[in-house]
Write a protein that binds this ligand. Structure first.
Ligand code: AR6
Length: 180
């Protein structure tokens, strides 16, 4: 499913982010940029050691921020490693930090003149952020950014599995109604 924001596209698909042909893909990383399981593990496995070498050089990234590395062997030229919050009940600034993680990626995309990016659902796996609220923050942050920065042509969320896809679909449909 996709919606248009001006001349840009905000899209959700079910699939594997490591196979995307967007110019950049985002990673759901940890603050040490140390690699791990989930989508982080999948990206490092598929992209090869050049990505970890670049992460080691950078050294780390605070929660709510993002850093850019090569895409190594991936189709995507760049990986933007975003660090979302660990969910601790919702009273520890998690919503703001999750929004900031997406925004940091989008700012890097703008600065680099990148035209297309694919995101995973940051923080809603091991970090425990509730999926429905996480999807709302993810999609509204991107929608608002695209309406301000039309030079980004394509933002795609790549959701792993049916449950994740359905949650994002429900949110995107609600946004579409608001937008219409
Ligand atoms: N493509 C797209 N999405 C994926 C893929 C894939 N190949 N694999 C998993 N997902 P998570 P987090 C989904 O746990 O919650 C790591 O160890 C997954 O189903 O990867 O931000 C890091 O090093 C879920 O919907 O990230 C950190 O320590 C989403 O990606 C920590 O986990 C995010 O789940 C970050 O936790």
């Amino acid at each position: 499913m996709q919606i248009t924001i001006g001349s840009s596209i905000l899209e959700i698909v079910q699939g594997d982010i490591t196979r995307q042909d967007t110019e950049a893909i985002a990673n759901a990383a940890n603050a040490r940029l140390a690699g791990g399981g989930g989508v982080d593990g999948a990206i490092h496995r598929a992209g090869g050691p050049a990505i970890m070498a670049a992460c080691r050089k950078i050294g780390g990234c605070p929660t709510g921020h993002a850093v850019l590395t090569t895409g190594g062997n991936l189709k995507a030229k760049y990986v933007i490693h975003a660090v979302g919050p660990v969910y601790r009940g919702g009273g520890k600034g998690e919503a703001g930090l999750l929004k900031s993680a997406y925004l940091s990626c989008l700012k890097i995309v703008s600065e680099k003149g990148i035209k297309s990016i694919a995101f995973p659902s940051i923080s809603t796996g091991v970090y425990g952020y509730p999926l429905e609220e996480g999807s709302r923050i993810a999609l509204t942050t991107c929608r608002d950014y695209l309406s301000e920065y039309p030079e980004i042509e394509w933002v795609r969320f790549v959701l792993f599995g049916e449950t994740n896809y359905r949650a994002y679909e429900k949110t995107l449909k609600a946004l579409q109604r608001e937008y219409a």
